[in-house]
Design a protein around this ligand. Sequence first.
Ligand code: NA7
Length: 553
Amino acid sequence: MITASRQDQPSPEDRAAPAQAFDVLIVGAGFGGLYALHKLRGMGLEVLALEAAESVGGTWWVNRYPGARVDIQSLEYSYAFSEDLQQDWCWTERYAAQPELLRYANHVADRFDLRRDIRLNTRVLAAHFDEVARRWRVSSADGGRWTARFLVLATGPLSSPNLPAFGGAEGGIERFAGRVLHSAAWPKEPLELRGRDVAVIGTGSSGVQLIPTLADQARALTVFQRTAAYVVPAHNGPLDLAWEARIKADYAGFRARNRNTYSGFGSELTPRPISALDATAEEREAAFEERWQVGGLGLLSTFRDLLTNPRANELAAEFVRGKIRQAVRDPATAERLCPHHPIGCKRLCAGTGYYETFNRPNVVLVDVNAHPIAAITPAGLVAGAREHRFDTLVLATGFDAFTGPVARIDLRGRGGLRIQDKWRGGPLNYLGLAVAGFPNLFHIAGPGSTSAFTNFFVMVEHHVDWVADCLAWLDARGHTTIEASTEAESDWVAFVNATAEKTVYLGCKSWYVGDNVPGKPHVFMPLACGFPAYAKRCAAVANSGYEGFIIEA
Ligand code: NA7
């Protein structure tokens, strides 16, 4: 096993206060970081996880906005690595709400005694690869300093909030005199919005969950919509105990079947093996209706080609538009709520009473696609040459996805190569796991992997297990460094792009292509080949003795 004395040999810059030495440093203590810590520590490695927040839980710590809830069923969106854990833990609802998910993260941290190796309130500022020592040198905002042979980025693909500039210096958010909230930085203390005039900007998954909840509380709610969302009903409710018992009778089998699906969940709702175009209109309607009644994201797997054939996709899209027209009484509002991009091109939303919320007398929908938000004012905002007034502004504007969480670290590889420079044209990597020029660095659920389209737990368990096997393999052979080759990296990026070409994902502006953040390169970042094919490629690389990687003794 790799060993390191806690007091590593100090470099000249370390002499003032020697850095603590570890085998592995993990950045992040969300669900990826927690499992990485458990797994790698279990191999006898010295591991430390550094977490910027004051709590474990990652996304489920910061996204504490009212209505926050997972959109994959909790019996599926949970760890599979421990049979005892998955048998003991009982979810109360079909889709757990944020507080329950946070309790689960805390339970895992306690159950596996992880807290002793997690340093909270620690934002990693810099991580530099020292080519002489062949170690990562890591420092934090509060002056902490560490070294490690391996660095694991479990920073999450969606952890860097997107804060649009709107009117820039003249009309930016700081001009607003009322309270500004972001869905991904919601305050801990209870917030009284009763009687307030609230505005929400953004109608993605977060906005779709927030809007019905805020409409219940606010005196008036104005929703600023740039792109209409496809929202399927979640049909949330108390967990069906008979279903739970059936799953728990063979949880391992259920997990294995899920790992064999495109997205790592939904094995009980497999696609009909035909094109939507080959079904009769009646068969199609009945099939979509059946999925609509089941609820959740399974609508997209009604037929095998909804995400690959634009004409098949349009049939599903029109089915949802029909539902919107039924749900919303005012025809003009209904039309504004009807999306016209391919369904699933932006992540499908699962909601509760979303469209019906626009029938409420206290809710107004404002289209800011045709008339973008020009400026924020002290009393509201200007769009379409008119001022909309409110006292509380909620930004549900999403995230600087994939690259944002990494690029805010001063991350430097060989020769001082900065990740911001390396990724100037988009995220280059190999297998979604490693970056050429950045030895002994692994990325959990990053760009170039199927993370955006895969049940997050399936993804992080797969990545962590792959990394663990890789470290064990290196160690058994006495190798010190592993690094993606530039050729393998280029081939991988070409594969990611070629795969996207075969899907409907390029048919709209989304965070998958960086279009939600002004100035970000327009590059398709996730891999759309489906989890089983991706896992097979990762396994093939490992089994070949890490083809595409440069390994040094
Ligand atoms: P999303 O899905 O990126 O949604 C952000 C929303 O904010 C979306 O409707 C955007 O419109 C809107 N937005 C962003 N910037 C602006 C500006 N400048 N003006 C008006 N509207 C704007 O983020 P979420 O937090 O909802 O969900 C992220 C993921 O978390 C989700 O996919 C799930 O995986 C869980 P746009 O569509 O860009 O026109």
